[in-house]
Design a protein around this ligand. Structure first.
Ligand code: ANZ
Ligand code: ZN
Length: 713
């Protein structure tokens, strides 16, 4: 028998699947649509790493399962290719972002195809393609028309390294999400999206979503809704959720940016009527409540720490049920800062006219194409590199036709990805961002898989944009995805894989050496998908040995096949196990069960039934799509394992395969299990039973399904 040659077999089936379009779903005619989405990657210079391979395989197995269960599964793939992440890379290596991105995309496509996923390559999206970003700009315009995009001067986050402003969500522990540089503040006039208008809805809808609980909690905390009261202490309004502690308020603290900071020295506590001191301290945040608090050291730990530091008295006053001030609700969520002073993004489609002010670009003039410029370096003075290209920004006012200037900032990359799920099924449509009928048929996304690090970045924006489009009447739903599954992270020797640490593992060499099927199995065997895993080279060789063994065992069975159902019980157990595991994505235990199955049939004297092998192969096909397709071809000589129906688990318990036949409580025979009528008929026909029955009256028949039938004579 041939050795398992993964190179030939994987290439052969990838080519055949492409030719036969087995992964291309009929978007218009599909009867049971199932939209299985994986967060699209951004193209980087290193290409796909094993973390991508891990996450996409987890999603792919789920998609394959749904397909086997009879769904028309649409599993698209694309590139989040605009934006600061790809651009920073281009800058680092000194290559033009456009040239770099095109090259990186080609590499990604090659790598993704090599994984053997059931991705539909006929409908990809590339966010840096004018065909796509025309509609990203269109969304900006709809936001503007709906009063959800506005321009305002604000003290915004600024990354001195990336030389651009950032949204609140892109500042992680006061550092830039991209380059980890400490973020500073800058007073700038910028474009914002009014996401805060949706704070309550974003919060309330969480209850209805079947999402990983941790992600929902992170969103909830980020929205940070607090119900309390604002109470006047002289000229200062404080915000509190504990008005009952007001008699213990012995000082007031202002945030450093409060308009009265440094001005007010004392105020009067309205409950005690006592004069109390006013301080300024950083622990009071600008953006929460009124930016001023009443300090209650007897009840609040932070206030107590401050009182100790400042040697202030701690007054243990009684709690009160008197009310003061008025009701106030505050949120942690801020409006989404959309402008970026960078090159690699969709130009914000607005025009500034000295006569008419800011005017939206007419929709018929979209896209506002990003020109290919030589000096694409960010400048850092509050405007993007396009500010040096008058041939780009000099234009006419759409209102008065007088000379005017285009916005030279581009939009945040998270806007590109905030609507891509809508575009995938509609990629054939030139004149609309997403077709109404197709959208109704395919969306919301049925299953979305992605990283937990996007809990309040992408996933929040993605929900907001869908909600806004719903309110504008463009979408028939407000939530873009019913189920979101957060996979865990892949680490290397306990350390997070990252470019800066230089421990990023490229799947190419493993695919070349062991094959994609082995890599898939190895990645999924590490543990439950939500836990992520620790990448080790040593383990993958072991998995390859098992794959070789499966190849050898199944080939041996094929040479000496039993045409029935020999060994079915074990196959049924495996099917049942897989059904339980796949929904939870505990694929590792399905793989264990497959190992047990192979051990069980390995003995070369043991024959295995055709139907039994088919069941095993269908389960295995989700994990090792190429190898199984090859074995399937040998077994059946026709069709594809990937267009089979998920098998029934059938009868699992041994006792249900036979029924004991008793006469007056004495065992006389066994017959195959079945319903009462069948078993009774089979028993009566059995000569071992018939001889006792003949000439006697049957008084009663007692039947216990799957166990016993007793004839009382
Ligand atoms: C008095 C008080 C007494 C408070 C007490 C709490 C406990 P939580 O508790 O997390 O829901 N606060 C108000 N505005 C703030 C700001 N701009 N920056 C920092 N802290 C601020 O948050 C509500 C509490 O946070 C408020 O209620 C206020 O302190 C503080 F035993 O007022 B409390
Ligand atoms: Zn940065």
């Amino acid at each position: 028998m041939d050795k398992y040659d993964h190179k030939t077999i994987e290439a052969k089936w990838q080519r055949k699947w492409e030719e036969n379009k087995i992964n291309v779903v009929d978007i218009e005619k599909a009867k049971k649509p199932f939209y299985n989405l994986w967060m699209f990657p951004y193209p980087s210079a290193e290409g796909l790493h094993v973390g991508h391979a891990f996450a996409s395989t987890a999603a792919d197995i789920y998609g394959r399962y749904k397909k086997l269960c009879g769904y028309d599964v649409f599993q698209p793939i694309g590139y989040d290719s605009f934006g600061i992440h790809s651009e920073n890379f281009a800058l680092k290596i000194g290559e033009h972002p456009k040239i770099f991105t095109d090259r990186a995309i080609k590499n990604y496509e090659r790598q993704l195809r090599a994984m053997g996923h059931m991705d539909d390559w006929s409908r990809t999206v590339t966010t840096s393609d004018p065909i796509y970003y025309k509609w990203t700009q269109w969304i900006f315009l709809q936001m503007y028309k709906a009063g959800l995009a506005y321009r305002a001067k604000a003290n915004v986050n600024f990354c001195p390294e990336c030389k651009t402003v950032l949204s609140d969500e892109q500042v992680i522990d006061s550092k830039c999400e991209r380059c980890s540089t400490e973020v500073t503040k800058k007073e700038l006039e910028q474009w914002f999206f009014r996401i805060t208008k949706y704070a309550d809805k974003l919060l309330k809808n969480l209850d209805k979503l079947n999402w990983t609980e941790k992600i929902k909690l992170t969103q909830k905390n980020w929205i940070g809704r607090k119900e309390g009261r604002k109470i006047r202490f002289g000229d200062i309004e404080v915000f509190t959720t504990r008005v009952d502690t007001i008699f213990g308020a012995t000082f007031v603290i202002l945030s450093p940016n409060h308009p009265l900071a440094g001005k007010a020295k004392t105020v009067v506590n309205p409950a005690t009527k006592k004069e109390i001191p006013v301080f300024v301290d950083e622990y009071v945040m600008d953006s929460v409540g009124t930016g001023a608090i009443m300090g209650v050291p007897a009840y609040d730990d932070r206030d107590l720490a401050f009182a100790r530091k400042m040697n202030l008295p701690v007054v243990k006053a009684k709690l009160t049920d008197k009310v003061f001030g008025e009701k106030m609700i505050t949120y942690h969520l801020r409006d989404w800062l959309i402008s970026r002073q960078r090159y690699w993004g969709p130009p914000i489609p607005m025009i500034n006219c000295s006569e008419c002010g800011w005017q939206p670009v007419p929709e018929k003039d979209l896209p506002v194409e990003l020109p290919f410029i030589e000096d694409y370096q960010p400048k850092g003075a509050g405007r993007g590199p396009l500010e040096n290209y008058p041939e780009f920004y000099k234009t006419k006012c759409p209102k008065c036709n007088g000379p005017a200037e285009r916005e030279t900032d581009v939009s945040d990359t998270f806007l590109d990805s905030a609507w891509y799920e809508l575009r995938y099924p509609s990629t054939n449509f030139k004149n609309v961002p997403f077709d109404k009928k197709i959208t109704k048929k395919w969306l919301p996304v049925n299953m979305y898989t992605g990283g937990p690090e996007h809990a309040v970045l992408h996933l929040m924006y993605f929900r907001f944009v869908a909600m806004a489009l719903f309110d504008m009447g463009y979408l028939p739903f407000a939530e873009p995805c019913e189920r979101f599954f957060a996979h865990g992270m892949l680490v290397k020797n306990g350390v997070k894989m990252s470019k800066s640490k230089g421990n990023v593992v490229n799947p190419d060499e493993y695919i070349a050496k062991f094959g994609a099927d082995t890599l898939r199995l190895y990645l999924m065997f590490m543990g439950p998908v939500e836990n992520g895993g620790d990448w080790r080279d040593t383990g993958i060789a072991g998995m390859r040995r098992w794959v070789d063994r499966v190849w050898q065992v199944i080939n041996q069975k094929l040479e000496n096949l039993e045409e029935g159902t020999e060994g079915m019980l074990e196959a049924n157990k495996l099917v049942k196990k897989a059904e339980e595991d796949v929904e939870r994505r505990h694929y590792n235990t399905t793989i264990s069960a497959m190992m047990v199955f192979i051990n069980g049939i390995a003995d070369s004297n043991k024959k295995v039934g055709r139907k039994t092998l088919e069941k095993f192969l269908i389960v295995f096909s989700m994990f090792a799509p190429h190898l199984v397709e090859e074995l399937w071809e040998k077994l059946r000589g026709k069709d594809s394992v990937h267009s089979q129906k998920w098998p029934e688990a059938g009868k699992i318990t041994t006792e249900s395969s036979v029924v004991v036949v008793m006469i007056n409580g004495k065992m006389r025979a066994t017959v195959p299990a079945g319903n009462k009528e069948t078993v009774e008929r089979l028993a009566k026909e059995d000569p071992r039973v018939a001889k006792y029955l003949s000439g006697n009256d049957i008084q009663k028949v007692v039947f216990v399904s799957g166990k016993v039938i007793n004839f009382v004579l």
